[in-house]
Design a protein around this ligand. Structure first.
Ligand SMILES: *Cc1c(COP(=O)(O)O)cnc(C)c1O
Length: 380
């Protein structure tokens, strides 16, 4: 393939724009500090991980071995039963959630699903796709599920199997639902047919390092856990992971002779590059490296919070969170720093965010506020 002059300039233009946008954002949870250049050669291959990563497939241009090691890494981190776990690398947290809820529905077709109002926007669509009846549970002020409301609602529907979708790191406030509290409510109400899917898209990759611990993993009571790979770890392509029990997955597996494997995943063709990226990153960092990465982010988040407070801004964060929450900012600041805004605004201190960037942001913030005050004074 030859690139024409016109294409050349379009490509250069796009590169410029992307670079500029990448360097100025604090509001979305994606890391930008990755370097996968060692793997560029793999773009010459039509890699496709179709089928179950644990089964041999007729199509051999695949990275199943690396994919399994990625699953192993998270299964260990999430304290899954070493003899009973399974998973695969998805196209992102949303697909991982779809998978978790799909398994839950197959196990309990008559179940009701409960999730809090702070749940990720994509989950409602997923529940609609799966056609499961659902009930929204109130959130507390900090974004965490309201356990009392959950208990009351469950009690009212206790004759039905219950699927609870908990969130470990909500989108706006990075609140974390306590899976062991949810588990004990189910126990107290004697609801035996239950399933807990933990949406850990945002915080799953560092959840194990948070102190004091916030219960979210298999030993705490989760039946499946999803994470996004392009958020805290970082990837040029959106990616995610789902970890579940092998025994649950086996209930939905169907053998397909065309691919010589089981059709256990949501999509047919599957990205074979992203498992390789994740594998590369995880092998480079290891558990220790990931932990350091988290502690650094936490330090920056605490710095951001205290600088904001110093400047009279009502900033706060949930315990162990790398997201700093504060009142809405002006559109100018919001646009410049690409800050997601609802009833509040937040800065997410992903591993690439530096003190210098926080300082620059705070300077902007203070300048903007002063100019607003000046205009207000002039108006009087
Ligand atoms: C990002 C996110 C999702 C969606 O994940 P994608 O990787 O964007 O598909 C779901 N839930 C939560 C809590 C998230 O932070």
């Amino acid at each position: 393939m030859k690139t024409s002059k016109n294409q050349e300039s379009r490509i250069e233009n796009l590169l410029e724009k992307l670079k500029e946008a990448r360097d100025l954002f604090l509001g979305y949870p994606v890391s930008k500090d990755f370097d996968y250049s060692r793997l560029y050669e793999f773009f010459k291959y039509p890699i496709n991980n179709l089928g179950d990563p644990y089964e041999p497939s007729t199509y051999r241009v695949q990275t199943h071995e690396m994919e399994r090691e990625v699953v192993d890494f998270f299964a260990e981190m999430f304290r899954a039963n070493p003899k009973d776990y399974w998973g695969y690398v998805t196209n992102g947290g949303s697909e991982s959630n779809l998978y978790g809820l799909y398994i839950a529905r197959e196990l309990f077709p008559k179940a009701m699903v409960y999730f809090s109002e702070s749940t990720h926007y994509s989950v409602k669509k997923t529940i609609h796709l799966l056609n499961i009846p659902s009930i929204v549970i109130r959130s507390q002020e900090n974004g965490e599920i309201d356990y009392a409301d959950l208990e009351n609602t469950l009690q009212f529907n206790r004759h039905k199997p219950a699927i609870i979708l908990t969130t470990f790191g909500t989108t706006m406030k990075e609140a974390k639902d306590d899976v062991s509290k949810v588990k004990s409510i189910l126990k107290k109400l004697a609801i035996q047919d239950h399933y807990i899917h933990c949406d850990a898209a945002l915080s799953g990759s560092y959840g194990a390092f948070i102190e004091p611990r916030i219960p979210f993993d298999f030993q705490d009571g989760a039946d499946s856990i999803s994470i996004s790979g392009h958020k805290f770890i970082g990837s040029p392509i959106p990616t995610g992971v789902i970890i579940t029990r092998r025994s649950s997955k086996d209930r939905i597996a169907k053998g397909i002779s065309y691919i010589g494997s089981s059709d256990t995943t949501i999509t047919g063709s599957r990205n074979g590059h992203s498992p390789l990226f994740l594998w590369y990153a995880l092998k480079n960092m290891g558990m220790e490296g990931l932990k350091k990465r988290y502690l650094k982010s936490l330090e920056i988040a605490n710095y951001c919070k205290s600088e904001l407070i110093k400047n009279g801004v009502d900033a706060w964060s949930n315990e162990g969170a790398i997201t700093v929450v504060f009142p809405k900012v002006s559109d100018k600041i919001k646009t410049k720093w690409q800050l997601a805004t609802e009833e509040v605004t937040h800065v997410i201190c992903m591993p690439n965010v530096t003190k210098d960037q926080i300082d620059e942001f705070i300077t902007d913030f203070v300048k903007e506020r002063e100019s607003v005050i000046e205009t207000e004074l002039l108006a009087i």
